[in-house]
Structures are given as C-alpha cells and as structure tokens.
Ligand binder design. Structure first.
Ligand code: 13P
Length: 247
C-alpha cells in the first residue's frame, strides 16, 4: 500500500502560517506514492483547502453524535461537506485532557466512516505502562475497545506512544515495529483477512531525521506528525521518505 503521512497541527497555526506553508509547499517537488493529509484546527479547514495544493484535507476530531444541542462540537457530516477525507479520532490528548473513552472513540469512528471519511483511530500506552512492560496488553485492549462496531473500510490505526509525543523521544524502530506487529495481529484477529489492509501509522516525535528508518520497517505504513508538520519543508521531507520507503 502507498504510504500515508498525516500532519496534525493540533491547536497551532494562524492565517500567516498557512500562507507561508502554502507558498513553501508549492515550491517543493510534487510527491508520488504517498498520500499526504493535512489536519489544521477546524476554523482553518476552508482556508487550508483553498491554499495548500496536493494534499487531502483532514480534521482533528469529530463529535460522537449526528447533530444536536452540542455547543462547540463539529459533526463528521460537516467535515465531509467541507471536503475532508480524514479525521483523527481518539488522539491521546483528547483521551487524557477531554476524558474521551474507548466507547466514544468507537462511535466517532463509526459516524465518520458512515460519512465517507477515513477514521484515524489513535492508540498508545503511557510511560508507566511501558515501564511495567504492559504496552502490548494495554494497546490491544484500547484498540479492540475503540473498534466496537467499526467497519474496516476506511479505517486507519495510528500508534502513538504517549511518552513519545512532543518529547523528542521517538520509539526506536524496533519498539515501533514490534507494536505495529501486535496491532496488525489484533486487526487480523478482529476483521479476518481484511485486517491486513488497514494502514497502521506511527506518531511521536517523527522528524525528517528519523522518518527514513521508521518507514523501512515492514509494519509501519506511514506517520502521524505533530510539531514537524508545521513547517512545509520538514513535513515534505517526512512525506518524501514515506514515498521512498514504500516504493
Ligand atoms: P509530535 O510529532 O509533536 O511528537 O506529535 C505527535 C502527535 O501527537 C501527532 O498526532
């Protein structure tokens, strides 16, 4: 499968940054063999889709209801209408800071896929779990809990060890590859043969310097990039490494 590289800008950016990013991105060579997705903060979706060429638009979150009196929420139908192809669901920051549960993540993913979006379901263990050697159990349980009633078509799984997010501390390629193997095993167990076609991407301090070695791993199908995706040049280098790594 072609590599998949997703920019998660989190709550960063401005109209000025988008203009600079778009300008720099336009001057970089076009990429092939990799799907590039950009997930800006929701208010900037329209501007990014107009300004940045050659990317698929994505969102960082969607509601767990179809519609209603839910001040501040954004539905997957709205995201789909705005031209999004992807939505990140159950990021560890949403789970820890906004108390999202596996059950909510599963409902959000179902609704997103029903609207034709790719649902990027995030899982990952804390440092405490890793230090206690509990990571395989914790991530498998989190994954299966987050996939209840979720169809496999248009599903993407992102493995983001919490201890590697924004810390500069990447999982070693061996650690990431091992966990991606566990996740792929779970997906095959849950979905049968179709599970093998679900991309599993890695996130946590991915940079141009470490992207190449990560993408050489058989079970790593791409990356979910935070900090390094705010700069067009560094994001392009990561995406370009994915296209070379999967060629
Ligand atoms: P960083 O790349 O900044 O570590 O963030 C990873 C992440 O959380 C992407 O969703």
């Amino acid at each position: 499968m072609a590599g998949l590289v997703i920019a998660n800008w989190k709550m960063h950016g401005s109209l000025e940054l988008i203009a600079e990013f778009a300008q720099e991105w336009r001057e970089l060579p076009q990429l092939s063999g990799v799907n590039v997705v950009l997930c800006p903060p929701a208010p900037y979706l329209g501007v990014v889709s107009e300004a940045v060429e050659g990317i698929v638009l994505g969102a960082q979150n969607s509601a767990d209801r179809v519609e209603g009196a839910l001040t501040g929420e954004v539905s997957s139908q709205m995201l789909s209408e705005l031209g999004c192809g992807y939505v990140i669901i159950g990021h560890s920051e949403r789970r820890s800071l906004f108390s999202e549960t596996d059950a909510q993540v599963a409902v959000k993913a179902q609704l997103a896929i029903a609207q034709g979006l790719h649902a990027v379901v995030c899982v990952g263990e804390t440092l405490e779990h890793r230090d206690a050697d509990q990571q395989d159990k914790v991530v498998s349980e989190q994954l299966l809990g987050s996939l209840a009633e979720v169809p496999w078509e248009k599903l993407v799984v992102a493995y983001e060890p919490v201890w590697a997010i924004g810390t500069g501390r990447t999982a070693t390629p061996a650690q990431a590859e091992a966990m991606h193997g566990v996740i792929k095993g779970c997906l095959r167990g849950h979905f049968g043969d179709a599970g093998a076609d679900i991309p599993v991407i890695y996130g946590g301090s991915v940079k141009p310097e470490n992207a190449g070695v990560l993408f050489e791993c058989d079970n790593i199908d791409g990356a979910l990039v935070g900090g390094a995706s705010l700069n067009a040049n560094s994001f392009w280098h990561i995406a370009s490494a994915a296209s070379a790594g999967r060629a």
